[in-house]
Design a protein around this ligand. Structure first.
Ligand code: KG4
Ligand code: ZN
Length: 334
């Protein structure tokens, strides 16, 4: 059966809409919210208001770019969670209203599953079962992906997410929010072995980044007492060393997960998978360990509705729809 689905993403600070037709993405429009950078983090109330302002226009452009009339849609998909309650509510209320007015079914999508399913937008696609390191501003997980709709979290962070570790380290260095991509940018010119930060001793496949964050805090405090310009004088080496430590912790657990499961189809997903050092180190590990590695295109790493549309496509094929009484689940698990 032919399927044309409009998907809406509004879980955090990107308002996005995408149209997918029979599994092929026709448009993916993303409106970023600059407003949060001066506050050093996402302010949920401001995010909700910005979603409210942007959602109609973003949807209109997504439909136009796809050359689809809304009356041709077969279903409407939205991010149900995890995410911020207010921002989720804007996307869900909008989707429900539009689905009701068009008399088409709704598909609820798990945001973390969608990050993983972004790998099915373009070739090469991973083979099942595969392992996916899903690293974003709110999550750090190793997921055993058995099929498009069957996933099991086999390791996850016990405190901060990897993206949070990047953003907090950036903030300590005086960089604006979100600082992950700036650490990446400055780190490319620096020496990753210039400064050594301790790696967590978390058991098994779980992660911990809170000790790392504290060690960066004390290190910068002590060095700045000796030289007030320490950060400015060493920014590139500091950024390279910070990402070396975070990426080292991520890869160590990924290698362990591959050994324990015997799976060598290895993917990364989520905002932090845009990090060039992680991408490079994953490729190197893959060559050495004979993994088949899958790295998403940049536009599908950070939050976007194309990944929600891709997940919705799989649910549509499986006949998994939800009722109009559905509500947001800010802490939805995979
Ligand atoms: O997946 P995402 O867009 O939103 C969430 O679902 O959280 O991920 C955002 C996170 C932020 O912490 C951001 O700093 C980080 O991804 N990030 C990066 C890079 N680009 C985005 N971290 C390191 N290097 C990057 N190039
Ligand atoms: Zn995300």
């Amino acid at each position: 059966m032919s399927s044309k689905i409009l998907a809406i993403e509004s879980s955090c600070d990107e308002t996005s809409a995408s149209v997918i037709s029979n599994g092929k993405i026709l448009s993916n429009i993303v409106a970023n919210q600059e407003i949060h950078s001066k506050y050093g983090g996402v302010i949920p109330e401001l995010a909700s208001r910005a979603h409210q302002q942007n959602i109609v226009l973003v949807t209109k452009i997504a439909l136009e770019k796809a050359n689809i009339n809304k009356k041709q849609l077969n279903a409407l998909a939205f991010t149900r969670g995890p995410g911020l309650l207010g921002p989720l509510l804007v996307g869900i209320s909008f989707s429900k209203a539009m689905a009701l007015s068009l008399n088409i079914p709704l598909i609820d999508v798990n945001h973390m599953q969608a990050h993983i399913l972004a790998h099915f937008i373009d070739d090469p696609k991973p083979n099942f079962p595969f392992l996916c390191l899903t690293v974003s501003g709110g999550h750090t997980q190793i997921v055993l992906v058995k099929s498009a709709l069957q996933m099991e979290v086999i390791g996850e962070t016990q405190d901060d997410a990897a993206g949070e570790a990047f953003d907090k380290a950036a903030k300590l260095m005086g960089l604006p929010y979100p600082g992950g991509h700036l650490i990446d940018k400055y780190g490319q010119e620096g020496n990753p072995l210039a400064f050594k930060f301790p790696e967590s001793a978390m058991q098994g496949l779980n992660f911990s980044f809170s000790g790392f964050k504290t060690s960066v805090l004390y290190f910068l405090r002590d060095e700045t007492e000796k030289n007030p310009n320490f950060v400015r004088d060493n920014l590139q080496d500091l950024c390279a060393s910070v990402q070396h430590a975070i990426v080292g912790m991520l890869l160590a657990k990924l290698k362990r997960a591959s050994r324990e499961t015997g799976i060598n189809e290895i993917a990364i997903a989520g905002g932090v998978s845009a990090n060039s050092y992680l991408r490079k180190r994953l490729q190197e590990a893959g060559e050495k360990l004979r993994w088949n590695t899958y790295i998403p295109q940049f536009e599908y790493c950070t939050d976007n509705a194309a990944m929600i549309a891709m997940a919705a496509h799989f649910k549509f094929e499986a006949g998994e729809f939800c009722g109009h009484e559905v509500g947001p689940l800010p802490r939805l698990a995979i």
